[in-house]
Design a protein around this ligand. Structure first.
Ligand code: AMP
Ligand code: MG
Length: 355
């Protein structure tokens, strides 16, 4: 699970989704009394990043939000405890420690997520691959030491990567090599966000947002029952590239500028291209909108590997749309999937693209 610091890429704007104060502002400026209030909590220490859970409830029923938000927070913590490879006691850490030819029993939930990860690996032509943790660790060590990995070390990590090393069976996973490991950092956060949103829905909340480190799932409507608006950051400035409007669904971003490391003066992405074994460099930042945060999370990582060409393999009819920033600091461009432009409310496309 990722240990990113909060990425100020996405911000909810508009109808006071984040804090009630904004709602008061809206009421004053619009002259209308909103029928709903937004109640938020910001639990700490979840998935190594900042987190904000918001429930929109009818005015006067604000107290009903607290228990719903508490169950959503507990659900996020439960998923992290189950699937984080940063926690030694998690099921995934247990699988990673297992030796050669050892079968590790896993919960049905972890197995289902691993199956979904394998499906997404096929769908993304190998760009998204949770079995590439040996490569992730190799490059993390290289980043920490400031020395590029040797070809031999790279080759060894590549042989440990791939689903042939992780046989998913009915109730366990049989590892090939004991050194093979998985990393759910590109999918478990999205899955956790979805589960937290589902607990809010199950508790009767009809509008709200689950935001973990800038990746988010929107439930229902904004405070004025209109769409929820989400700002997308430019890759090289602390400024907004544009704003999209959504009724429900999820938005996740993978960004080179948010998390990278440096070796010999060159920056490298925290995302690995499992095909070459080297850090991905085909995109500067990718924002994906999808019905679920799981899909948005995984496809943002996959498209960071594939770059603009990856847009052609996005699943059709699954509601997955993407915005890819690519190029260089001096000259960057955006390209989108066909359905993305209808979501855009405003953007600086044209004025900043391809400077
Ligand atoms: P994100 O920032 O959401 O794109 O997630 C990136 C995280 O996913 C990394 O920090 C790794 O833990 C993991 N990861 C890196 N490369 C890949 C890849 N090609 N496929 C799946 N997971 C990856
Ligand atoms: Mg992600």
């Amino acid at each position: 699970m990722s240990r990113s610091t909060r990425r100020p890429i996405l911000a909810l704007v508009g109808f006071g989704i984040l804090v009630c104060l904004t709602a008061v502002g809206l009421w004053k400026t619009s002259g209308e009394l909103p029928d709903y209030s937004a109640v938020s909590i910001q639990p700490e220490g979840i998935m190594g990043t900042e987190c904000q859970l918001t429930a929109i409830v009818p005015r006067g029923r604000e107290a009903s939000a607290a228990p719903a938000l508490a169950t959503a927070e507990a659900e996020l913590r439960r998923i992290e405890a189950l699937m984080s490879s940063w926690l030694a006691d998690s099921e995934i850490s247990r699988l990673n420690r297992a030796g050669t030819a050892v079968a590790t029993p896993l919960s049905a939930e972890s197995l289902a997520l691993l199956r979904e990860a394998r499906r997404l690996s096929d769908a993304s032509l190998g760009a998204f691959d949770v079995t590439c943790r040996p490569l992730i660790e190799l490059w993390r060590r290289a980043g920490a030491s400031g020395v590029l990995p040797s070809e031999a070390a790279l080759e060894h990590a590549r042989t440990l990567t791939g689903w042939r090393q992780m046989r998913l069976r009915e109730s366990d996973v049989l590892k090939g090599d004991g050194e093979a490991r998985v990393d759910l950092g590109g999918i478990a956060k999205g899955y956790g966000i979805d589960r937290a949103a589902e607990t809010l829905l199950a508790a009767g909340v009809r509008g709200g947002v689950v935001d973990v480190g800038g990746d988010l799932r929107i439930i229902g409507h904004g405070l004025d029952e209109g769409p929820v608006r989400v700002q997308i950051r430019s890759p090289f400035e602390a400024s907004t590239w544009g704003e999209i409007a959504l009724y429900g669904g999820a938005v996740c971003t993978s960004a080179h500028y948010a998390r990278h490391f440096e070796i010999e003066g060159k920056t490298y992405s925290h995302i690995i291209d499992p095909r070459s074994g080297r850090p991905a460099d085909a995109a500067l930042s990718v924002t994906v909108v999808a019905p679920t945060a799981l899909l948005a999370d995984a496809w943002a990582t996959a498209l960071s590997v594939l770059g603009p060409e990856g847009l052609s393999i996005l699943p059709r009819n699954e509601g997955v749309e993407a915005l890819v920033f690519h190029g260089t600091a001096a000259s960057w461009k955006t390209v989108t999937s066909p359905g993305f432009p209808v979501l855009i409310r405003s953007s600086s496309a044209g004025s900043t693209d391809g400077r």
